[in-house]
Structures are given as C-alpha cells and as structure tokens.
Design a binder for this molecule. Structure first.
Ligand code: FPP
Length: 237
C-alpha cells in the first residue's frame, strides 16, 4: 500500500474567503478557518506517509487584496509558527519556504526564517509553504541567475539541462509533486509550480478549503493510482 502513496502532494488552498462570506463572517475569518484545516491536513499527510506537502499560502498576486486581509494573512505564519514549532520539532517535521522571503514584512520574514532554521536537521515530513510565491517569477529569476553565472563563467551553458536548471528554482532540493490538489471548485493552476507540476496529476475538489477533510485528502491520494480505487472504502469514512 505504501508504494501507492504519492511522495509529494501540493495543495492550492482556495475558498477561504467565500467560506467566511457564506457564513456572514469576514474573509479573514475564512482564512483563520483555513489555517485550522491546514493543521489537520499536515497531520493527515504525516499519517499517510506523504514525504513532502507543499501548501500555497500566499501568491504575489495576493498583495492586491484589501489591506486588512493582506495584513491578516501576513500575521498568520507568525502565530502559527510560534504555536507549532515546538510540536514540529517533536514530530521531526521540516519547514521549507518557496517564495520571495526577502520582501515579506519583517515579523513574517523572521518567523519563517526561524522555522526553517530550527527544523533544518529534521528528517520527517517536509512542509513547504509557497509564500509570496509566483511560479513565473521563480522561473524568470532562475533564468537571470543562469545567465549571470554563465557570464561569470561559473556555469557552462552547454551543460544546462533540466536537472541543472531545477537547481535554480526554490524547490531545488525537492522532487516534483506527483499530485496537485485544488480546492474551491475552480479548475486552474494560478501561477503555482508551473515547471514542477508538468507531470503531476491534477485533482480539482469542489469544496471550499476550510471544509476540506482528511478523508478527502486520502481519497485524492489513493485515486492517483486508479488500481487502488477499490480499496477506498477502507479509508473514506
Ligand atoms: C485562497 O483562498 C487562500 C489564500 C490566499 C490563503 C491560504 C492560507 C491559508 C489556508 C493559511 C495559511 C497559514 C499559514 C500559517 C501559512 P481565497 O480567499 O482566495 O478564496 P476565495 O476564492 O473564496 O476568495
């Protein structure tokens, strides 16, 4: 059974704002509910034996949202890591960040830098937060980096192949995702892991992220290998 578990699962956690609005709450309250769900999904991923979980937490496009919502989203990692880091250390969970960390507000930047630093020697589940992330920008920055190194004769351009190019991406030490899940009902990839997900299975779930459950994750994970579908009843409640 373990062999059928995708090694790397990536999730576009969409639908928090709508979830809040539908309940007469604010969009930020929807994000809070999303962060609670995110914690459950991290636990479920560790239980399932997923090795890497990438979570789309904030895109560069998200800066265009109302200021109070942006401020709230930037405060979430501060509270989250303050509360969860000791537990992540106990559970051997390693934190990665993919994105432009330098241009985050200082408090957020310090919190994520500390989380990466403290967990760097952990060997269990890797939770990779895509934060201030744009896949196009990531690829463009990688190209600029490659050109610069070629000009400085640190890189022989004739040796540039896919494996070498990947070393210039945020995800340089991670295998490509096998499965990309998007909640919230929309069927698009929204500037997320465009290079890395070229061979990934895509799973679109018509459920707002705060309502996404461990059982839904299990179903998506086991559906990757269709031969395993028959076994689903064992796992889906
Ligand atoms: C998209 O939903 C979701 C986000 C922009 C943020 C997702 C963030 C979390 C779930 C928590 C992150 C927490 C930490 C600690 C990193 P949306 O609001 O765009 O949904 P909508 O389509 O309903 O508007």
């Amino acid at each position: 059974m373990t062999s059928t578990i995708p090694k790397h699962v990536a999730i576009i956690m969409d639908g928090n704002g709508r979830w809040g609005k539908r309940r007469g709450l604010t969009r930020s309250e929807g994000h809070y509910a999303g962060s609670q769900t995110m914690e459950k999904i991290i636990d479920a991923s560790a239980e399932l034996g997923i090795e890497i979980l990438t979570l789309y937490a904030f895109s560069t496009e998200n800066w265009g949202r109302p200021k109070d919502e942006v401020n709230y989203l930037m405060s979430l990692p501060i509270k989250f890591f303050k509360q969860k880091l000791p537990e992540f250390m106990k559970r051997n969970i390693k934190i990665y960040i993919s994105g432009d960390i330098e241009n985050l507000p200082k408090g957020t930047r310090d919190a994520v830098t500390k989380a990466m630093e403290e967990t760097k020697d952990n060997t269990g589940l890797i939770v990779n937060f895509a934060l201030n992330y744009s896949s196009r920008r990531e690829i463009l920055q990688a190209i600029c980096h490659v050109i610069r190194e070629a000009e400085e004769k640190q890189l022989d351009i004739d040796c540039l192949d896919e494996a070498v190019f990947e070393q210039y991406l945020y995800t340089k030490n991670l295998p490509d995702p096998d499965l990309v899940i998007r909640t919230g009902g929309e069927k698009r990839v929204s500037n997320f892991l465009l290079w890395q997900s070229s061979m990934a299975e895509l799973c679109f779930v018509d459920v707002l992220f705060p309502d996404f459950t461990k059982e839904m994750l299990k179903k998506a994970v086991f559906d990757v290998n269709s031969q395993e579908e028959m076994k689903l009843n064992e796992y889906v409640g």
